[in-house]
Design a protein around this ligand. Sequence first.
Ligand SMILES: C[S@@+](CC[C@H](N)C(=O)[O-])C[C@H]1O[C@@H](n2cnc3c(N)ncnc32)[C@H](O)[C@@H]1O
Ligand code: SF4
Length: 418
Amino acid sequence: MIPIVPVDARPLARPSGGSASQEHRTRLVALPPLTLYIHFPWCVKKCPYCDFNSHERRGGPSTIPEGAYVDALVSDLDRVVPQVWGRRVHAVFIGGGTPSLISPAAIDRLLSEVRARLVLEADAEVTLEANPGTVEAGRFADYRALGINRLSLGIQSFDDRFLAALGRIHDGREARDAVEIALAHFDNVNLDLMYGLPGQSAVDAGRDVAIARAWAPPHLSLYQLTLEPNTLFAKYPPRLPDEDVADAIDVAIADEVERGGWRRYEVSAYARAGRESRHNVNYWNFGDYLGIGAGAHAKISFPDRIVRQTRLRSPDLYLDRAASDGAAYDEHEVGLDALPFEFMLNAMRLVAGVPATRFSERTGLSLARIEGPLARAEARGLLVRDALRIRPSPLGLRFLNDLQEQFLATTPPPTTGR
Ligand SMILES: C[S@@+](CC[C@H](N)C(=O)[O-])C[C@H]1O[C@@H](n2cnc3c(N)ncnc32)[C@H](O)[C@@H]1O
Ligand code: SF4
């Protein structure tokens, strides 16, 4: 599943930054497209399956220090803007957590401060994540008027039984109302649904997608419930559907998706033509993203190096650091050994894969460097390639970890050069 906090592929650990020797790397000819991720770290209630950087406020949501948090985001952005001077931003993603807890006045200030510091493309996609338990029609109208043009709703299920099993703060009625209100104000809407839920059958899972189909939203994200370490579900695991039921759920979902006319373009993402999430597609193409807010990640390319940044995860520490005018992030250069895996970890999530030239464009490494793992993955039927593209096979998409892990330890080809 994805956090695009920003979107991460979870199951495999990344290799460490490693040494950043430049001996086999060429300068990037062109820098990749750039997006901006803004993390909002609070929720009304922590869901038992969720390992995102999201926190309940002891005194309730009304005690969230939203003004101070916007100040902190702005000072965070001020520090990193010089690193992307002159580059245009083509998408903004406000994720969480539950960003729909932010008042329209605070969103207004935040977006104005962003626009004062970064050049947003005229048609930039600006997404906000919303929880159906926090939806009010007036608020959605305001968000739209302020420049949010895509809404991502965390529906999870329309069925009260499964919403209760997931510890959600909303029921099926509120989920449906949220979709109605969202579509009344936004033409670009994503619905997040989860499947493989405790006690769920294939009929149940298909029904959730069929209900979504009735509204024909432009985008769907379908995530299989995973038990993440350090969550309540990891400690007290619910009984999940067995393998046969899980297979039947896959079939039921695929049928409904086909009926709905969405095209699967990433492991968990389905869209109508032209409605793919621009922020996420950039991420999976090893594009660049600034990431501000507690726990946010960033990847920034320079002609001679690629750096990653990680912000302080604790909202309180993040706020304190910003108030004392200190940097709220650590930065490291991505080492040569880590680059192929990092690239393939993302690129192989895309159903259509990537142009063969993208690897060199984005990493500065020769494609020959990963010839061994490419050939091995191809021989195992996990990957398909020709002169133009590299893409996962249907088997590779199904066993994505196996495919990605081929690229964990890549050694340079025998010849010298890049
Ligand atoms: C950060 S949440 C944002 C949406 C909003 N906070 C909400 O939950 O309504 C992004 C999505 O990740 C998915 N998700 C979170 N934890 C998951 C897990 N353990 N397994 C599968 N999907 C998960 C959910 O579908 C959720 O909507
Ligand atoms: S509302 Fe969303 S981000 Fe918050 S705890 Fe639940 S799944 Fe996680």
